[in-house]
Design a binder for this molecule. Structure first.
Ligand SMILES: Nc1nc2c([nH]c(=O)n2[C@@H]2O[C@H](COP(=O)(O)OP(=O)(O)OP(=O)(O)O)[C@@H](O)[C@H]2O)c(=O)[nH]1
Length: 155
């Protein structure tokens, strides 16, 4: 049993990715366009990235949003919202994507790793081309965001 656990730790069977949903005071959602030279290049995703070994998902999200958007986040400002999972693909580990609602941040988000960012009302953000995993997740997020923070709640 112990040997099996150690083997899984050395050779994980799935990849944990964390991402954040940032909503501005106008009820617009931030989406990040992946750099063209990366997997899913040019597609619009929730900003985030892979959880590193030894890191908690929350710490990974704070780190990734700092690296990708140049913003600071206190872990108390994030809250789990939804997740999505894809089955195994040939040649790669399946991904489970954990999406957090980011209630607050310090700094002005900007794309610092060669991608781009866009602030859109959810109706417009829904039309952006996304990685397959994000399509259902986006719909789920729209249903789960508390009305006071959603565009509809802000008029
Ligand atoms: N950040 C993010 N990644 C997503 C989303 N949806 C989705 O399928 N992915 C996939 O999850 C993986 C995340 O990798 P990443 O490249 O963003 O992570 P990272 O910053 O740690 O990357 P690196 O170490 O390769 O530079 C990619 O294969 C990406 O295409 C999403 O909404 N946000």
């Amino acid at each position: 049993m112990l040997r099996e656990a150690a083997e899984v730790e050395r050779n994980p069977t799935w990849l944990c990715v964390v991402a954040g949903l940032l909503i501005d005071p106008q009820g617009r959602w931030l989406m990040h366009r992946r750099p063209w030279d990366k997997a899913h290049g040019g597609l619009w995703e929730f900003p985030g990235g892979k959880v590193e070994p030894g890191e908690t998902p929350e710490a990974a999200l704070v780190r990734e949003l700092g690296e990708e958007l140049d913003i600071s986040i206190d872990p108390r400002w994030i809250e789990p919202l939804a997740f999505a999972s894809e089955g195994s693909k040939a040649g790669g580990r399946p991904i489970t994507l954990l999406l957090y609602l980011v209630r607050q941040w310090e700094g002005t988000p900007r794309a610092v790793e060669g991608g781009a960012i866009g602030w859109n009302r959810p109706d417009a953000a829904a039309k952006l081309e996304k990685p397959p995993l994000d399509v259902a997740l986006f719909t789920k997020a729209r249903a789960l965001v508390p009305p006071a923070e959603n565009a509809a709640g802000r008029g």
